[in-house]
Design a protein around this ligand. Structure first.
Ligand SMILES: CC(C)(COP(=O)(O)OP(=O)(O)OC[C@H]1O[C@@H](n2cnc3c(N)ncnc32)[C@H](O)[C@@H]1OP(=O)(O)O)[C@@H](O)C(=O)NCCC(=O)NCCS
Length: 154
């Protein structure tokens, strides 16, 4: 496997949206998305790529995982179905830390215990738990914080 991480641009809108949709659909621990596929495509093109920092992890040009940073937040982190558990998410979260050495925050659904183990292992701690009334899915979620600090070179 010859994987690379690169910044995504406008020409990646379709690939990013398809990866987010496929990965979200396959993730049984995450509540069903409230937006339709066309809405996700539109949002990726007009909001995500236009206003946020998007990174693609690829193998031979095939997108395997996507990271979206929005200020100090990990807005999205998704690994392609069938490729989870192989260290790709770890590479992207370490990349996120290298981009934001002063710290990061993120939300994860309370039901997504696999992702919570992942973030705890990467030095994040639980900052807040909610009943979900503040998110679109109305599903309880957990805010994780990484306080920043020295990280190993990539
Ligand atoms: C969570 C996720 C980003 C981790 O990336 P990864 O490449 O699978 O993880 P790594 O191989 O680097 O690390 C393995 C750990 O990731 C977590 N993990 C692995 N597969 C997972 C999955 N399908 N769903 C949730 N967490 C998973 C587990 O904590 C695992 O550790 P374990 O072996 O002790 O259970 C990735 O699994 C994923 O995209 N999952 C589906 C969508 C998701 O939950 N995104 C995060 C939203 S906040």
């Amino acid at each position: 496997m010859n994987t690379t991480i690169r910044r995504a641009g406008d020409g990646d809108a379709r690939a990013v949206a398809e990866l987010l949709i496929r990965a979200r659909r396959a993730a049984t621990a995450i509540p069903t998305a409230v937006h339709s596929d066309p809405e996700v495509h539109q949002w990726v093109a007009t909001v995500v790529l236009a206003e946020r920092e998007v990174w693609l992890l690829e193998d031979g040009g095939a997108p395997l995982a996507v990271l979206v940073l929005d200020g100090g937040w990990v807005d999205q982190l998704y690994v392609a179905p069938g490729r989870t558990g192989g260290g790709l998410g770890s590479r992207l979260i370490e990349h996120a830390k290298s981009r934001r050495p002063d710290g990061l925050q993120l939300w994860t659904f309370a039901t997504n215990t696999g992702a919570q183990r992942f973030y705890l292992r990467h030095g994040f701690t639980v900052a807040e738990r909610t009943d979900g009334s503040g998110n679109e899915e109305k599903a309880p979620d957990v805010r994780f914080v990484w306080a920043g600090g020295i990280i190993p070179q990539e």
